[in-house]
Design a protein around this ligand. Structure first.
Ligand code: HEM
Length: 171
């Protein structure tokens, strides 16, 4: 059942256009890397504050409110570009160990943030533990994300049209 759905997803016009385009997938992956850097970078700012290693003079609530709006915006872009890449080779990604591990770790990172949100009043007490868990989980997400590319074969190899030579771009 799920494999049929994934095969259908990969056969859609959207997935096929991305897969057969020379530049669309690299552009999506670049946007994915840019937005995930913003997600992890803004979370790092808050975690370093919780650990008392940066912005220690600034009230925590102020650091969090200035930063989290960027985190959520960047997360939306990361998820959108990730999903579009996923459609191009859905059956392969879905069965890939590193893709699954990354989704599990993303869930755990989300639960960690939820625990923190629900116990925001005791930030001094649990802040350090949440920050260390957060940094560990996000580093693991990045590692698993990187391993996806190494352990999956592209759905279709896209050759540049014979008239186009990449060296021309460098001239
Ligand atoms: C904030 C959350 C996320 C982070 C930190 C993240 C991180 C990464 C990283 C570091 C890579 C490797 C990029 C590269 O090597 O060029 C990657 C690739 C990938 N990500 Fe994400 N990702 C996130 C969310 C998602 C989501 C929600 C999906 C889709 C459901 C997704 C799907 C993918 C796919 C399919 C690839 C592999 C692309 C390839 O074949 O090279 N990601 N991700």
């Amino acid at each position: 059942m799920i494999d049929q759905f994934l095969k259908w997803l990969a056969s859609t016009a959207l997935a096929t256009n991305i897969r057969e385009s020379l530049l669309l997938f690299p552009l999506l992956e670049s946007a994915h890397v840019f937005s995930l850097a913003l997600v992890v970078g803004t979370i790092l700012v808050v975690d370093l504050r919780l650990l008392g290693l940066a912005s220690a003079q600034r009230p925590f609530e102020r650091v969090a409110s200035d930063t989290f709006k960027w985190t959520w915006g960047a997360f939306a872009l990361t998820a959108a570009t990730g999903l579009l890449m996923f459609t191009t080779n859905a059956p392969v990604y879905y069965h890939n160990f590193y893709f699954r591990a990354k989704m599990m770790l993303l869930l755990a990172a989300g639960v960690n943030m939820l625990i923190f949100e629900l116990s925001r009043r005791s930030v001094e007490r649990i802040g350090k533990a949440v920050a260390i868990a957060s940094l560990t989980l996000w580093l693991a997400v990045i590692f698993m994300g990187r391993m996806i590319g190494f352990t999956t074969t592209r759905a279709a190899e896209v050759k540049p049209p014979p008239t186009q030579n990449f060296d021309d771009f460098l001239k």
